[in-house]
Design a protein around this ligand. Structure first.
Ligand code: ADP
Ligand code: MG
Length: 412
């Protein structure tokens, strides 16, 4: 079925057409009708499969339908997200999809001045996409009225319901009218969080695409055993072998991010860093710079693990393994988005093996091991201009073929 045949406003269809969205993705196909019906929905689908539009399309249709001549802009839909960059990104999707309607959208997040945000709120906002901190500040200052919100969306829902945020979510619910619709979206979920979601809403419709494998089918991923002190040589080597590729490198802490940045700088590689220790202005600049591709390497902490949708990321490198197992799935899901293919490689040191075990346990399968033979390993850490320059290419090709074989086997 194509979007053309959907019973949604032609004004939204026009935007879909402009975005080049012709057919719904699996999750959109399944979630849109339920949301239009007014059901509460718990939707789980892999990274990069179009979850944003899966809630944005029906939400915008409902709001537009309710009041076509919408003159009173009040917050009727609240989308809660864990990071500032996600608030910006998801607001952009809403803006594009609502372009031909007269609905107003605002992405709200901390680290920037409140005054311009307050001005926009005063003018009237229909859909608010917000990180909790700034939103509560403005609620308590009475700049935001949540009493008309009858659609609540939790994107990255498992994370939003997790310890750090659950209190915020319960606080939000206290403001909402008793009749409201709640939508949970994520690529990962566990039993505990599922129970929590069910404790918030009565009978959500549960939609899950490919429940057996949380990793996107467009991502081929492998792990290489690399010792802590050797990691920078391997990264250097990888970047120098693929100067044209856009690479997102994940590290454990902001200090590590700056350290890897400095190590790369010393060997003439220009990179960007992204972490919670940076000013919001810088964060914005870095994301734009990486999006445009002027600098092709971004070194980030888990603040960028979830949701970020940047076109053309060829590789994800887990320079350090994530200590939260589901973040493995989210991190490697920054590549292979939409119909694109991507590759991910994790450097695992001896001391990180327990983390690797945790991740494999979480996914209930083993990650393919990329075997680097001794000579290649030594060559890499003693890397000079003369060393043969196709080590990674060979390893990555091998990993991809192996992955493809595995998937074929599984299909049979
Ligand atoms: P998720 O939240 O599932 O990780 P996103 O909502 O960020 O994924 O979407 C991933 C990418 O897929 C985006 O670049 C988006 O523009 C694209 N996309 C979403 N829906 C469609 C569609 N129906 N047709 C083509 N591309 C789509
Ligand atoms: Mg998403």
């Amino acid at each position: 079925m194509k979007f053309e045949q959907y019973n949604i406003s032609p004004l939204i269809k026009q935007s879909l057409d402009e975005l080049g969205f012709k057919k719904p993705t699996d999750i959109q196909y399944k979630a849109i009708p339920s949301i239009l019906k007014g059901d509460d929905v718990l939707a789980i689908a892999q990274t990069g499969t179009g979850k944003t539009a899966a809630f944005a399309i029906p939400v915008l249709h409902i709001l537009h339908q309710r009041d076509r001549y919408n003159t009173r802009h009040q917050v009727k839909c609240l989308v809660m997200v864990p990071t500032r960059e996600l608030a910006i990104q998801i607001a952009e999707v809403f803006v594009k999809l609502s372009k031909h309607t007269n609905l107003t959208i605002l992405g709200l997040y901390g680290g920037v001045e409140q005054a311009p945000q307050i001005k926009k709120l005063e003018k009237g906002v229909d859909v608010l996409i917000a990180t909790p901190g700034r939103m509560f500040d403005l609620v308590s200052q009475r700049h935001i009225d949540l009493t008309r919100v009858d659609i609540l969306v939790l994107d990255e829902a498992d994370h939003m319901l997790d310890l750090g945020f659950i209190k915020d979510i319960r606080d939000v619910m206290r403001y909402l009218p008793s009749r409201h619709q709640t939508l949970f979206f994520s690529a990962t979920i566990n039993e505990e969080i599922k129970d929590l979601a069910y404790s918030i809403v009565k009978n959500p419709i549960r939609i899950q695409i490919s429940p057996k494998d949380p990793v996107s089918k467009n991502v081929s991923h492998a792990v290489a055993y690399v010792e802590m002190d050797d990691k920078r040589f391997f990264l250097e080597r990888l970047i120098k072998e693929f100067p044209e590729k856009k690479i997102l490198v994940f590290v454990r802490t902001k200090v590590r991010a700056e350290r890897v940045f400095a190590a790369m700088e010393r060997v003439g590689i220009q990179t960007l860093t992204m972490h919670g220790g940076k000013e919001q202005d810088d964060r914005l600049k870095v994301m734009n710079e990486f999006k445009k591709g002027n600098t092709k390497i971004l070194i980030a902490t888990d603040v960028s693990a979830r949701g970020i949708d940047i076109e053309g990321i060829d590789y994800v490198v887990n320079y350090d393994l994530p200590d939260v197992p589901e973040n493995y799935v989210h991190r490697i899901g920054r590549t292979g988005r939409g119909v694109q293919k991507g590759q991910a490689i994790s450097f695992c040191s001896t001391e990180e093996k327990p983390l690797l075990d945790q991740i494999q346990q979480y996914m209930d399968k083993d990650i393919r091991v990329m075997t680097i033979d001794k000579t290649a390993y030594i060559e890499t850490i003693t890397f000079t201009e003369e060393t043969p320059n196709d080590n990674w290419q060979l390893l990555l090709d091998e990993a991809e073929q192996e992955d493809a074989k595995r998937k074929k086997k599984k299909k049979k």
